[in-house]
Write a protein that binds this ligand. Structure first.
Ligand code: PPS
Length: 346
């Protein structure tokens, strides 16, 4: 079957599927592979792929893109606060960040047997309020993205080749990347705490999936390269998690210029403080009440929740020397002459 984006989509079958099913118990409806690119997604992607590709961006939209675990939630809170709450007096800020900044393709991650979100769940209540009269069967998160009040700020982890082709001609797009060593450590934790992934293998297994470009949302490099090639587009702002961490105010000023928010120094300081790791962790406002349905609480209680470390260089000591050498080789090969450099922490 061909998608509107031009990709061929097939169900993962046989040994390939068996391997995934052994380690990832959350993909209860199977997986699909896209060509070209070898993108891997839960099978639910098939129902939505064309809707994402044909999504109508608006000139007032700001779209936040990252590969998973590269700091989108942080970016969501920063950009929403810059656009809607620079004086920290907007009552809407009390809502979980995911209810203010819609997550375009979250339907593909939640439409699994593990998540029977009832009509009373806060997410469904939020949907009914934001999209009155709409049928959740047509996509809760897709429609929340469409119905978000203007100016819309929304996020996606999809690669640019699966998003509307006119996206960067119409909307403003911010892409943030994080060094792969920290991103993998963060993704490993995420895949264990979130029931929709439910990864049961070891860290070594996990890294191998990453190196083989063989897990959901992969391949990391193609995702990044598609974005890097747009970096000179005036509607495109490319940034690094590590710079946002080490040079926060400077990066906020660059964002302010790009977004045209024209914030004062005091407002920028409000944003910096409100979106710091400690403040966001204290609010723990990713999904809000009812989040326990998404998380494996045994692992959360033992190893921590969504706001884990929020730092650069946490990967150190997590990789065996052999695994680290493999990772270095993989990074060197893939970086090639791209002209992009990562910071790994001291
Ligand atoms: S997701 O689930 O893919 O959308 O995750 P994402 O938000 O992209 O990335 C999660 C990591 O970002 C860290 N984080 C932050 N770091 C610094 N400052 C702030 N304010 C912040 N908020 C979230 C979060 O802790 C995850 O990284 P790790 O390394 O796991 O702590």
């Amino acid at each position: 079957m061909s998608l509107a984006s031009g990709h061929e989509i097939v169900n993962l079958e046989g040994e390939e599927l068996a391997k995934q099913e052994k380690d990832w118990k959350g993909y209860t409806e199977g997986l699909v592979r896209l060509t070209p690119g070898r993108w891997l997604f839960p099978a639910t992607f098939r129902d939505y792929a064309d809707k994402y590709y044909k999504f109508k961006p608006r000139t007032s939209d700001v779209v936040l893109l990252t590969y998973p675990k590269c700091g989108t939630t942080w970016l969501q809170e920063i950009v929403w606060t810059m656009r809607n709450n620079p004086n920290l007096d907007n009552p809407m800020a009390a809502a979980p960040v995911n209810a203010r900044v819609a997550f375009l393709e979250m339907d593909i991650l939640l439409k699994t047997k593990n998540f029977n979100i009832g009509p009373d769940h806060p997410l469904m209540q939020g949907f009914k309020k934001m999209c009155p009269g709409k049928d959740p069967k047509d996509g809760v998160f897709l429609q929340m993205t469409q119905c978000s009040p203007e100016p819309r700020t929304f996020k996606s982890h999809l690669p640019l080749s699966l998003l509307p082709p006119d996206l960067t001609d119409t909307a403003k797009v911010v892409y943030m990347v994080r060094n792969p060593k920290d991103a993998v450590v963060s993704f490993f934790h995420h895949s264990r705490i979130f029931k929709n992934h439910d990864f049961s293998g070891t860290f070594e297994d996990f890294v191998q999936y990453f190196l083989d470009d063989d897990f959901v949302y992969g391949p990391y490099w193609l995702h990044l390269k598609e974005a890097w090639h747009r970096k000179d587009n005036p509607n495109f702002h490319f940034m690094f998690y590590e710079d946002l961490k080490s040079n926060n105010m400077e990066e906020l000023k660059k964002l302010d210029t790009f977004l045209g928010t024209k914030l004062s120094q005091e407002q920028l300081e409000n944003v910096a403080h409100y979106t710091s790791f400690s403040e966001m962790k204290a609010r723990d406002a990713v999904l809000g009440t009812g989040a326990d349905i998404f998380f494996n609480l045994d692992i959360v209680n033992k190893d921590g929740g969504f706001f884990r470390q929020g730092m650069v260089g946490d990967w150190k000591g997590k990789y065996t020397p052999e695994l680290d050498a493999k990772m270095d080789k993989w990074i060197k090969t893939n970086l090639g002459d791209l002209g992009l450099e990562f910071k790994y922490g001291v």
